[in-house]
Write a new protein. Structure first.
Length: 390
């Protein structure tokens, strides 16, 4: 819930909503900070430590990521302890920048074999500055995420808000180094949740949440049951934007927990709206969405037009991952909605209770939902899969 802003002198953290949008679209919001600017400012403030937990790293000459990359290297040069985790499995697809940074003696970098430990991938996307600032969102450390993809994230400023991320990174760094799970230190002290943070002059309540189950510093922070609880408590409306939505896992097992929660909500009269990327225009994915639509869920597919400068692989897509419920509570994170993300892969997120924050996300949702980029799912159509890669 929203509260009046705290009295002067009272210590409170802050939370800022941050976005990226595809160039040549109408999806920019002037009152929401640009991720490239926020990242650069945060990295420039680093004095002691910088930890990055990323899926992969990839840049391009003259892109918005280049000055950010330079800021990471500059931090290392001025004595900041820089540590970077990337996913081992995906490294094979994009090795160049990882290899470049691995050669920098001032930067410690590990390729994290989450597949061997948890079965999935290191899919989280966050970084921590001096143990007191965190950026977390859907953006990969990828130049395309800053220029050609629709993304949402948050900037946290507070050592207490940052602590769960600091301890998660420490655990993952140790696991990547070969430390057995049984030897990981316990949580330093119980997390206080929710925590109060300032958002544009009002206080909201923030709860960090993580996955996968069984690999958390504090298992009470597992995100999936908390997301389902929010849906089950919905009275009037649930809105979800994710890149992909599936009731089938990569290993062909099924995952119905979120699907059933959305169906329950629709059945009791809650207006449920789901927006996914046009990358879902494949027969098996469309079938799942049509089945959900038949249960009263409004479903739209979003297509971002190709860039005038030519085709860009793995870009021009919506990649944000968030949900709003009843105008007052939100989830925002790094997970697409299929079981692998919650049971086998490392992901991070936040639950934010407060009308001001949620309504800001609702504006983003509404603008995309009502735009020419979004089309209502036609259960009788035969869709052609879009071009994604070269």
């Amino acid at each position: 819930m929203d509260h009046p802003i705290v009295t002067p002198g009272e210590s409170v953290g802050s939370i800022e909503l941050v976005e990226s949008w595809p160039l040549e679209t109408t999806l920019d919001h002037k009152d929401i900070a640009d991720a490239a600017d926020v990242w650069l400012d945060m990295l420039g403030r680093a004095e002691k430590s910088l930890e990055l937990s990323e899926f992969y790293l990839v840049t391009s000459p003259e892109s918005k990521l280049e000055p950010i990359l330079a800021a990471v290297e500059a931090a290392a040069e001025r004595g900041v302890k820089v540590r970077i985790l990337v996913d081992l499995k995906f490294y094979g697809n994009e090795p160049a920048l990882v290899d470049r940074l691995s050669l920098n003696p001032a930067i410690a970098l590990q390729k994290y074999d989450v597949g061997a430990l948890m079965g999935g991938v290191q899919h989280s996307k966050y970084f921590i500055v001096d143990g007191k600032e965190v950026y977390m969102g859907s953006q990969n450390f990828d130049w395309r995420s800053l220029e050609h993809i629709h993304e949402m994230g948050v900037h946290l400023r507070s050592a207490e808000l940052a602590r769960p991320f600091v301890e998660l990174f420490a655990a993952d760094w140790a696991l990547a180094s070969g430390t057995p799970k049984s030897a990981l230190p316990p949580v330093s002290s119980p997390y206080t949740a929710p925590l109060v943070a300032d958002f544009n002059g009002v206080s909201v309540e923030v709860t960090p949440v993580f996955s996968p189950k069984g690999w958390l510093v504090d298992e009470a922070t597992w995100d999936l049951p908390q997301i389902i609880a929010l849906i089950d408590a919905a009275k009037t409306r649930v809105r979800v934007q994710v890149m992909s939505y599936s009731t089938s896992n990569y290993d062909k097992t099924t995952f119905f927990e979120l699907d059933e929660a959305l169906r329950r909500a629709a059945a009791r009269g809650v207006k449920v709206e789901l927006m996914v990327a046009d990358w879902s225009k494949k027969a098996y994915a469309i079938k799942m969405l049509v089945e959900l639509q038949a249960q009263g869920v409004d479903v739209k597919l979003v297509t971002i037009p190709q860039f005038s400068g030519g085709f860009i692989p793995f870009a021009r897509v919506i990649h944000s991952k968030y949900m709003t419920v009843d105008d007052h509570v939100s989830w925002i994170g790094t997970s697409n909605w299929s079981g692998d993300y919650f049971y086998q892969s490392r992901n991070v997120g936040l639950i934010v209770e407060g009308a001001a924050f949620t309504q800001s996300l609702d504006v983003v949702f509404n603008d995309l939902w009502s735009s020419s980029y979004a089309e209502t799912l036609d259960p009788n159509a035969t869709y052609e899969a879009p071009r994604i890669k070269e």
